[in-house]
Design a protein around this ligand. Sequence first.
Ligand SMILES: NC(=O)C1=CN([C@@H]2O[C@H](COP(=O)(O)OP(=O)(O)OC[C@H]3O[C@@H](n4cnc5c(N)ncnc54)[C@H](OP(=O)(O)O)[C@@H]3O)[C@@H](O)[C@H]2O)C=CC1
Ligand SMILES: CC(=O)[C@](C)(O)C(=O)O
Length: 333
Amino acid sequence: MAKIYYDGDASLEALKGKRVAILGYGSQGHAHALNLRDSGIDVIIGLHPTSKSREKAQRDGFEVYEPSEAVKRADIIMFLTPDPVQPELYKQCVEPHLNPGKTLAFAHGFNIHFKQIVPPKDVDVFMVAPKGPGHLVRWMYEEGKGVPALVAIYQDASGNCKEKALAYAKALGCTRAGVIETTFKEETETDLFGEQMVLCGGVTALIKAGFETLVEAGYQPEVAYFECLHELKLIVDLIYQYGIAGMRYSISDTAKYGDLTRGERIYKVVKPLMKEALEEIQKGEFAREWVLENQAGRPVFHALLERDRHHLIEKVGEELRKMMPWITGKELK
Ligand SMILES: NC(=O)C1=CN([C@@H]2O[C@H](COP(=O)(O)OP(=O)(O)OC[C@H]3O[C@@H](n4cnc5c(N)ncnc54)[C@H](OP(=O)(O)O)[C@@H]3O)[C@@H](O)[C@H]2O)C=CC1
Ligand SMILES: CC(=O)[C@](C)(O)C(=O)O
């Protein structure tokens, strides 16, 4: 079993007197900044003057500096900008102001693992990667709960990098749920795999394919929406709370038999595809494709995002969710 760190295994002492610069104020950035500040940590924000997030960070009461200035003023620099912009941000705004004693921190290992950022040997480098969206990292913290995280130490020049990483994870609220020590390689490869083949790519593929199959067979889109998207949350909630066996305890025997037999057909088709995707990640092929896509201005990214934005399920869902106002809770801002 993995070694899991909880609140009692970490002390905020390692961050005492340290200033953390959060570069970026988006999904993760706002959560890290607010949670760390609420945990008593000295936090400043690094954003470009034209940043859309600047006003929000200032409204939340943070001192916002240009990234270079934030780096100069901080001991720990946490990269919470989109992964593709981090190498340029590092070269232009971070590297020129790095000196021994500073620490680089990340919430995903992509740029270190694929050597898009190569830090000098005399600085600490750690990762605290929450296993959940940034908005949930904040909302769970506010409720006294936490999102689990992975922690990894890439360089320990100071001799106490792990203590700082665990203190950061504690300040973020993640040690309330549990923090597993890993490596930048394991976090990067498993996170890319999960978001492509299970969490985001996998689930949306199943939802779209199921919805389209029913609608193309002549069933009402609203019925298809309730069956293939709305009820999915209810089933996943049961799995989340009680495991697969627990979910199966709650559903009907008819559903169980269908799950066990027809679900097997999907399993047999997707597992080879999953292995293929993992191999592309491990061999750096996905990373190269994503780096080049960004250098080209994200043509595929924007085209596919726009295509799916106009999918019938989005229109149907928007109308049906209006009738259930309790569904759309806190604003995703
Ligand atoms: N989203 C998530 O839940 C998770 C994300 N991560 C990791 O966290 C990191 C941040 O991702 P995420 O929070 O999703 O990012 P978002 O896209 O939500 O936010 C990006 C933030 O960075 C700012 N930004 C963009 N470009 C620059 C730049 N050149 N210099 C300074 N700031 C810039 C944006 O400002 P503006 O709005 O003005 O563009 C915005 O505030 C990534 O490494 C990601 O892999 C890890 C776990 C989960
Ligand atoms: C929320 C999370 O961890 C993801 C899906 O991997 C991401 O947004 O990067």
